[in-house]
Design a protein around this ligand. Structure first.
Ligand SMILES: Nc1ncnc2c1ncn2[C@@H]1O[C@H](COP(=O)(O)OP(=O)(O)OP(=O)(O)O)[C@@H](O)[C@H]1O
Ligand SMILES: [Mg+2]
Length: 219
């Protein structure tokens, strides 16, 4: 799936203080299957951009088109469906639910039809290398295993677009690189569109494209 933005802006207004212009007129096109690395200094708008592209937040102005469809013109049902059917998201912090096992956490995005996904969940866990941890609770996992589980959860719906916002920011370099490479290779093998915020220069160089952000814009 391809994504296009038109003059995307996001302003955070706060009481008794000046507004923050987190995104300023970003117009960008990301082709289907393209691997894009977003880089830039802290506060430059990387998370704000991918949260809007992933339909998790709304812009102050501007448009996002996914496969030509004007997402924010559509109703919330459309956005929910788009997220559920086509989008996967991995965050810096895993956000696994503490009272659910790894296996259950992975099934949460498809909970209403979870019985159809049991086999798939096993296959993904195996591919990601944590099948033997499937019955562990999140606090019974290492940091790297937690992020692997979060990646598995993002993949359960076979997303056409995978977003990852510094998915290994909390991990040591070696573990982080392993997981980012895994994420990159899985999205590559499945022809997913990948949009990855990363500080991993090697991986950024391996991607099809690097978007450099600075002060809310693309440099
Ligand atoms: N909810 C909010 N309210 C007010 N300002 C915000 C809010 N969220 C982010 N900002 C501001 O918007 C700007 C962009 O933030 P964003 O999180 O997109 O940066 P980033 O490039 O992801 O940074 P980092 O590398 O540190 O994660 C920052 O100046 C930040 O302080
Ligand atoms: Mg960020």
């Amino acid at each position: 799936m391809n994504i296009r933005t038109e003059n995307l802006s996001k302003t955070y207004k706060r009481k008794n203080s000046s507004p923050v212009f987190a995104l300023r007129n970003v117009s960008v096109e990301i082709e289907s299957g393209q691997k894009t690395a977003i880089v830039g200094p802290s506060g430059s708008g990387k998370s704000t951009l991918i949260q809007i592209l992933g339909l998790m937040d709304k812009p102050t102005s501007g448009k996002v088109f996914i496969d030509g469809k004007d997402c924010f013109l559509s109703d919330d049902n459309f956005m929910c469906r788009m997220r559920k059917e086509n989008i996967g998201f991995v965050f810096q912090f895993h956000y696994l639910l503490a009272d659910f096992t790894v296996f259950e956490n992975i099934l949460i995005p498809v909970w209403d039809r979870k019985n159809e996904y049991l086999k798939k969940a096993e296959t993904i866990l195996k591919e990601i290398g944590i099948l033997e941890r499937k019955n562990h609770f999140p606090n019974e996992l290492s940091g790297g295993e937690q992020q692997r589980a979060a990646l598995a959860r993002a993949l359960i719906n076979s997303p056409r677009i995978l977003f990852a916002d510094e998915p290994t920011g909390n991990l040591d370099r070696v573990t982080g690189n392993e997981i980012e490479n895994l994420l990159f290779n899985i999205s590559d093998q499945n022809s997913m569109t990948l949009i990855l915020v990363t500080h991993n220069e090697e991986l950024a160089l391996k991607s099809d494209r690097i978007l450099k952000m600075e002060d809310g814009g693309i440099k």
